[in-house]
Design a protein around this ligand. Structure first.
Ligand code: KIV
Length: 302
């Protein structure tokens, strides 16, 4: 069943109705900004879309040039950028700053901001306010929150405020201290049914997309059949409309990667090679012609 023929999400259809006509990027004036409407159209055409995490403007520029339509400024920045052992250490202001940086680097890309631990769980009003900061200060195109069915009211409240919410279900890394570790979600029929019901409830509450993390194929198949909004998978199987992995895993920069995020490059080795090359240039004073000269007649006076 096409995403168009399924029960329409009025929230999404309304949210995506306006598409900016021109590019904001002077390098690529013809490339239209990727909006929610662009993603819904891709889903309708059966085109799968690639998403990646990104935490800085320079990398964002290259990922936009590569044609990646969605970049997530993930709370995995706590691990990838700050070196913490889990995502719960991502500071709110830090993530807002990174979101704005990524959007500056990739102005025509859909930039999704991850709301960090304790920025939305304690109090709904605070959650809406913080989501608003991601939209205004961070220039995010959507915000992602890790949720189960009990957060339906928050998704509704954010949507009412005009915030495009991505509901992240399945494995929820911000729960890791409580659950004692990361685990696959939806392995039993009861759990799977609950996930499908939650997905539908979030669509009804106004979520513009879903992100399903670490779930069996059958679960994401049922979810994509049931809902009329784009579903991004992170280790959730091929039925999802989009797929996301952590960029550092893909580039071969991390010590360990989940099996669904196999590295396709060896950037770690390349960094070591480049650093070794620079060390050798310094050791042998092979620095090329020095670019800065004193003004005429000045050098004899020092
Ligand atoms: O923060 C993150 O990087 C994520 C993805 C792995 C889905 O939430």
């Amino acid at each position: 069943m096409s995403i168009k023929t399924r029960k329409p999400s009025t929230e999404v259809r309304r949210t995506v109705a306006v598409e900016a006509p021109t590019s904001e990027d002077p390098d690529e004036p013809d490339r239209r900004p990727v909006t929610l409407r662009t993603l819904v159209r891709m889903v309708d055409r059966g085109e799968k879309f690639a998403c990646l995490t990104c935490y800085d403007a320079t990398t964002a520029r290259w990922l936009q040039r590569a044609g990646i339509p969605v970049l997530l400024v993930g709370d995995t920045a706590a691990e990838m950028i700050l070196g913490h052992p889990s995502t719960i250490h991502a500071p709110l202001d830090f993530l807002i700053t990174l979101t704005a940086a990524v959007k500056r680097g990739a102005p025509n890309t859909h930039v999704m901001a991850d709301m960090p631990f304790m920025s939305y769980q304690a109090d709904p009003a605070e959650g809406v306010h913080n989501a608003g900061r991601f939209m205004t200060e961070g220039r995010a195109d959507s915000v992602k929150i890790e949720v189960d069915g009990s957060f339906r009211g928050l998704v509704e409240r954010m949507s009412r405020a005009g915030i495009p919410v991505v509901a992240h279900i399945g494995c929820r890394p911000q729960q890791v201290k409580r659950s004692g570790g990361y685990s696959v979600a939806g392995r039993t029929a009861t759990e799977a049914r609950q996930m499908v019901a939650d997905a539908a409830a979030f669509e009804d509450a106004g979520a513009v997309m879903l992100l399903v993390e670490a779930a069996p194929n059958e679960v994401s198949e049922r979810i994509t059949e049931k809902v009329g909004i784009p579903v991004i998978g992170c280790g959730a199987g091929a039925a999802c409309h989009g797929q996301i992995v952590v960029l550092q895993d893909l580039l071969g920069l991390t010590e360990w990667q989940p099996s669904f995020a196999r590295p396709v490059a060896s950037f770690g080795d390349e960094i070591m090679k480049a650093a070794g090359c620079w060390s050798e240039q310094v050791r042998t004073s092979d620095l090329g012609e020095h670019p800065y000269k004193m003004r005429d007649g000045e050098s004899g006076k020092i």
